[in-house]
Design a protein around this ligand. Sequence first.
Ligand code: OSB
Ligand code: MG
Length: 374
Amino acid sequence: MRVDALTMRELQMPLKHFFETSFGRVTHRRVLLINADCDGVEGWAECVAGEGPFFSSEWIETAWVTIREFLAPALLGTKLESARDAGKLMARVRGHNMAKAALENSLWDAEARQNQQPLWMLLSGTRSEIASGVSIGIQDSQEQLLEKIETEVRAGYQRIKVKVKPGWDLDVLKKIRERWPQITLSCDANSAYRPSDLEHLRRFEQFNLLMIEQPLWDDDIFYHSKLQRELKTPICLDESIHNSRDAEAALELGACRIINIKVGRVGGFTEAIAVHNVCQKRGIPVWCGGMLESGIGRAHNVALSTLPNFKLPGDVSASKRYWAEDIIEPEIEVGSKGTIAVSNEAGLGYEIKTDLIDKLTVRKETLRSRAATA
Ligand code: OSB
Ligand code: MG
């Protein structure tokens, strides 16, 4: 397929409720969408970079500029055998995985549409439904958190994950376990602790957590391996894993027993599949992480989660948890058993609400190959 044009758009989307992690609170998402035109067939994807350089050094402004100046020019006008090969063309640019993923994934969607095939099949997925969990942010009060958990447990979600940080951890987990001794529960620290917190982290063990996600520095593997040796609770790495080599290193060192795969963090579906395969070979289960995506990123996450080693419920939950109105139709829904049915429509599997997207768009720029413009 030939990459004829790439359109970037920024949408301003208010969250229904703020989302707070150990690194801060967001109330609105600045959603960066890519729309690719390949031989007259379009493909859509979302750049999951945040509003500031807090989850990772990438954020929406670096993604926008890096796509415009370097990544889109590397793709435009080229003829690709498959979207699988897009990463090689962008490899000269170091880092900027979320920007790269948005471009690559738009080509995967276009390729699936060209084949008139669901994206999940193109990715070699094997499931017709995926297991869904929720991630619940830090709240203004413990009562508010318990109320939110009550809602999600009733909705049928298969795993509840809560955000933790020093001062919002042991007491909160204790209250949750007192009220729900049996639920599958995990926590995510987003790098809020240090190796010197070992004795404090040992006290998490009493709560029978499925995992502790990313307790230490975002760029660390080694100290997580020391910590994992001291804890019975599995560590799950999120921020630390940028590619399949990181996954190999983490597993070789024993730094975690579970890996969270975010397609944006690893630079696109090709690398996400590589991380999945490394883990599968070593018997390490993975799950699909979320970045407060709109329906487009969410649909891509559903497709990725159909791969066989996605053995744990992901942070892929219903559209209505985040948005008053999502930009895809139908919206992503979760059944009473906590599963999402996978669409059999071509491409990412949902209608794109272009009118709503136009209404939410605050800036837009179309990039074409020099040859096409000349
Ligand atoms: O660490 O998993 C994370 C949201 C923004 C940034 C980082 C993370 C998260 C979540 C939300 O936990 C998951 C979701 O999209 O529901
Ligand atoms: Mg995380």
